[in-house]
Design a protein around this ligand. Structure first.
Ligand code: GLU
Length: 293
C-alpha cells in the first residue's frame, strides 16, 4: 500500500505555526515513506472562504518547501459527490431533517436533565433529539438547497453496523494503538450529528470522509483537536463502504500561555514570520521538527 497523506486547510484565514507543523509533519512522513503528499482546500463554507486566503496557502506552503503530488482538490467543486452520499443515507432511513437553531438546542438542554448536565461532543452540545422522528422519513430527500439541517440518526446507524467493526488504528503519540469506540460513546458523547448544514448542504464530517477516500488517503495526519471527531469519520466510512485510513493526531502548537493557536491569531501567521525575515528552517525549529537533510 502506498503511503499517501494530505494537508486539508480551510481558506478562512492565514496559516499559522500550527498549520505549518501539520503540513510539514505530513510532508516529512510521506517523503520518508517514499509516498505521496496531497493538498485539499476545504472551502465548503463559502461564506468564510476567500480566494486570497487560498492563494496565501499556496505561497506559505511553497515557502516552507512543501510540494504536493497531484492536482489540488477543492471541496467547493464536489457538491454532487456529497449530495449522492446524502441520498444514499436518506434512502436507508438514516437521516432526518432538523429545524433546530443553536438557541433551540441550548433551550432544550437548559431544561433539567435526567442524570446530570448535558454532554459536549465534537460539534458542541450533544443534540437532544428534538426533531428526531419516531420512524424514518419517507419519500425522496427534499430538494436542496435545504432549508434545514440533515442529521444522522445515530442509533439507526449503529443498528445498521457491526459495532466491533468500528475500529481504527491511531499512531499519534497520545493514543497510539487500535481503538474501538463503544456504542455508548457514539450515543452519549456524539449523538445525532449534522451531516448537511442548512447553509451549505454538506458538513465537514461528510466531506472529509468522502474526499479522503476519493484521494486514496492511507494516513491522515492532523491536529489532536480532531481526535474526538474521528469515530464519526470511521462510522461514516462504514456506512458508505469506504476504507478507513490510519490516523495520526499530533499535539497542537500552543502559545506561551498554553492556548492553542487560532486563525485570527495573526501574530503567528506564517506570512508575518516571512515578512520578518525568518527562514523555513526557523519555522521547523519553532515547531520542533528536525531540519530537512
Ligand atoms: N479543514 C480542517 C481544518 O482546517 C482540517 C480537516 C482535517 O485535516 O481533517 O481544520
Amino acid at each position: 500500500m502506498i503511503f499517501r497523506t494530505r494537508f486539508a486547510p480551510s481558506p478562512t484565514g492565514p496559516l499559522h505555526l500550527g498549520h505549518a507543523y501539520s503540513a510539514l509533519l505530513g510532508h516529512d512522513m510521506a517523503r520518508e515513506a517514499g509516498g505521496e503528499f496531497l493538498l485539499r482546500i476545504e472551502d465548503i463554507d463559502q461564506t468564510r472562504a476567500r480566494p486570497e486566503w487560498e492563494d496565501l496557502i499556496y505561497e506559505d506552503l511553497a515557502w516552507l518547501g512543501i510540494t504536493w503530488d497531484s492536482p489540488v482538490m477543492r471541496q467547493s467543486g464536489r457538491m454532487t459527490h456529497y449530495a449522492a452520499a446524502l441520498d444514499a443515507l436518506w434512502v436507508r432511513g438514516l437521516l432526518y431533517p432538523c429545524t433546530c437553531t443553536r438557541r433551540d438546542i441550548a433551550a432544550a438542554l437548559g431544561a433539567p436533565q435526567e442524570g446530570g448536565s448535558p454532554a459536549f461532543g465534537p460539534d458542541g452540545p450533544v443534540y437532544p433529539g428534538t426533531c428526531r422522528p419516531i420512524s424514518p422519513p419517507e419519500g425522496p430527500l427534499p430538494p436542496r438547497p435545504v432549508d434545514r439541517h440533515l442529521r444522522l440518526d445515530m442509533a439507526g446507524a449503529l443498528a445498521a453496523l457491526d459495532p466491533g467493526d468500528l475500529t481504527l488504528t491511531e499512531t499519534g503519540p497520545d493514543h497510539a494503538g487500535r481503538i474501538t469506540p463503544s456504542r455508548d460513546s457514539y450515543l452519549l458523547q456524539i449523538g445525532d450529528v449534522v451531516l448537511a448544514r442548512r447553509d451549505f448542504g454538506t458538513s465537514y464530517h461528510l466531506s472529509v470522509v468522502i474526499d479522503d477516500a476519493a484521494q486514496g488517503i492511507s494516513h491522515v495526519v492532523r491536529g489532536a483537536d480532531l481526535f474526538d471527531a474521528t469515530p464519526i469519520h470511521v462510522l461514516l466510512q462504514r456506512l458508505l463502504g469506504l476504507p478507513t485510513p490510519v490516523y495520526h493526531h499530533h499535539p497542537l502548537i500552543r502559545d506561551e500561555g498554553g492556548k492553542r493557536l487560532a486563525k485570527r491569531d495573526d501574530a503567528r501567521a506564517l506570512r508575518k514570520f516571512r515578512e520578518d525575515g525568518l527562514r523555513p528552517g526557523d519555522i521547523r525549529a519553532m515547531v520542533g521538527l528536525p531540519n530537512a537533510a
